[in-house]
Design a protein. Sequence first.
Length: 165
Amino acid sequence: MVSDIGEILNNLAEIGFFYYVVPFLVIFAIIFAVLEKSKWLGENKAVKTIVSAGVGLLSIQFGLVQDFFNIIFPRMGIGLAVILVALIFIGFFVKSEDAEKFRVMGYVVGGVIIVWALMVWGGYGGYGAYGLREILEDFGAPLLAVIIFVVAFFAITSGDKEASG
């Protein structure tokens, strides 16, 4: 019996492969990689595997991770396609020696994308239809304090190095 790829994927979806197995494997792989890289639990891979499996199973228990993956991955695919097309066009029109001039523009575009993502997807985090506005109402003052602290930190530490020596 020959099946097409659509039928195979639909069968996998019906048995919960994409709702339970794939999110578990993603969480497991991320946790295991972090534990492996950080050496926090030593060199014993069995312990890292058990911890990663436990965190992976706990994370898929209530469906929040699956819902998040169902929302983020299709949109991320579209976003990556748009970024890829933009990078191809930039590669066509920008000379390699002029690339440094566009670094600030890249930071601005990245900031705009982050603000847009918070506005569009803010409702998913329980912030209602207004997204960014409600996030700023809840976290605006602490966020502003962190930004001021970071700017002050870099302003103080990036001062004249010869004056302190």
